[in-house]
Design a protein around this ligand. Structure first.
Ligand code: HEM
Length: 450
């Protein structure tokens, strides 16, 4: 971490306190073990800004909603998402909006946004409903089962069927397996594709997926379809001439990867919190049962009625954010609150620390979805005091998709089953790459049908 000479205008600013770690690995192992606890300890010891190394990168840790806003809005265009994420995810997808900045990002995002608007969610919603209505009763039959691996499978099935238009679970299986291998390789510590490593497995999986997708592009360009893949093939693309094959494949892979694991994580936290708070299960059940769903198929408008479910999912994301950080790499030396953030460092803010800050969230450990009822939101609460989907140009493109999926899940579960978890059970999370219970979360769906 050799600091380059500073421009005159920044010379009077303070250097950031450095937290010494292990040679070469820095704080990698501590972060892999418990990134949230580590961040809390560093905030207590060093305050709202500190510098450290981990995962072979040089980092600056910031704290608070103002810092999250500073990163997300990047008013001076001096923070790069691409250069922060590429060392970790660059091998996963050739193209991704998360691996783009500024004008290039704006053009791609503009071309992709229509595929995630409420209006096109109708077909995605039908697929989600089909999968959950069929699969949840099967899980219930098993008695006590591990929820996280089960929901991970289901969210993958949802992603594969809505994104590819494939309905057959058997056909999805090899694709899902390859996606899992690819995702698991993101934070592999060994960054060389040596035999037997996660990275090698991930790259093989990518080869299979890329070949499979590429072979289908000509046919999908020639026909209409409601799935995301076909939409991307038909899109006008970033320059009005359609996306290139590499762009289509890259965007699709990154939606898949960003889309299923975040949902598996958040639905697991939701089930845990509802297991702990049976009175909330009943409130949500009552709300769902009061809904008049025509011919058993909920519509987007039906889901809009489920306000308590919406608050419960928001409160879930406050308790455990599936995306813990929104890192950016400084493209130049940047003045921040009297300090200088050095060019080349990756700047990051822990979202969960903001979501647990008593200043914004009284009794933060309590599960209280009513915090999100409009009448209970303080007018002066910082807009980044709750930011599980990020903000600014890179704000999550799949936010509505996620909200719909959470509601369709609850709608299929709660009227039919009571969630029970073992007495005095406490969630022990592995936080990297996405929060998940170390023991998978044992759960039972007890049938409510007499
Ligand atoms: C509860 C579920 C989800 C959470 C909490 C979540 C969280 C986030 C966050 C925090 C970001 C901003 C990253 C940054 O600024 O560095 C983001 C971006 C993104 N998310 Fe999500 N996400 C969720 C679901 C989804 C789904 C379902 C999809 C796809 C269908 C998706 C696709 C993406 C993509 C492609 C980006 C990058 C957007 C861009 O760079 O313009 N996410 N997500």
């Amino acid at each position: 971490m050799n600091a380059p000479p500073l421009p005159q205008s920044l010379a009077s600013l303070k250097p950031i306190p450095i937290v010494k770690g292990l040679p070469i690995f820095g704080h990698t192992f501590a972060l892999l073990k418990d990134s949230h606890g580590w961040g809390t300890r560093m905030n207590e010891k060093y305050g709202d800004i500190f510098r450290y190394s981990a995962f072979f990168q040089d980092w600056v840790g910031l704290a608070g909603p103002e810092a999250a806003e500073f990163l997300a809005l990047d008013k001076d265009n001096c923070l790069s998402a691409e250069h922060a994420y590429r060392p970790f995810f660059g091998h996963l997808a050739v193209t991704s909006v998360l691996l783009m900045d500024f004008e290039e990002h704006r053009k791609h995002r503009q071309a992709l946004n229509p595929s995630f608007k409420s209006a096109v969610m109708k077909t995605y919603l039908e697929q989600m409903h089909r999968i959950f209505s069929k699969s949840l009763p099967q899980l219930a039959i098993d008695g006590t089962f591990l929820f996280y691996p089960a929901i991970k499978q289901l969210t993958l099935d949802v992603a594969t069927s809505t994104f590819l238009g494939i309905d057959d679970h058997k056909e999805c299986a090899p694709i899902n397996k390859a996606l899992t291998d690819l995702f698991d390789s993101a934070l592999a510590i060994v960054r060389l594709p040596l035999p037997g490593t996660k990275l090698r497995k991930g790259l093989k999986a990518k080869e299979y997926l890329v070949d499979m997708l590429r072979s289908q592009i000509p046919e999908r360009k020639a026909r209409d379809g409601q799935d995301l893949f076909t939409r991307l093939c038909q899109s006008e693309g970033a320059d009005g001439n359609g996306f290139s094959d590499d762009d289509i494949i890259g965007h699709l892979l990154s939606f898949w990867l960003a889309g299923h694991d975040t949902l598996a994580s958040s639905l697991t936290t939701l089930v845990y919190l509802l297991g702990k708070n049976p009175e909330w299960q009943q409130k949500l059940r009552n709300e769902i049962m009061a809904l008049k769903v025509e011919q058993g198929q909920p519509s987007i408008d039906d889901l809009k009625e489920l306000e308590l479910c919406d608050y419960a999912f928001k409160e879930t994301l406050r308790h455990v954010s599936p995306a813990a950080h929104t890192p950016r790499r400084a493209l130049k030396d940047i003045a921040y609150n009297g300090y200088v953030i050095p060019k080349g460092t990756i700047v990051s803010v822990g979202l969960r620390h903001i979501h647990e800050d008593e200043k914004y969230w009284p009794e933060p450990k309590n599960f209280d979805p009513m915090r999100f009822a409009p009448e209970n939101i303080p007018a002066d609460r910082h807009q980044f005091a709750w930011a599980p989907y990020g903000g600014g140009a890179h704000k999550c493109i799949g936010m509505i998709f996620a909200q719909i999926q959470a509601k369709v899940f609850l709608l299929n579960l709660l009227p039919n089953y009571r969630i029970t978890i073992p007495e005095n059970y406490e969630l022990d999370l592995q936080l990297v790459p996405t929060p998940r219970p170390k023991d998978g979360l044992p759960v039972t769906f007890v049938s409510l049908q007499k």
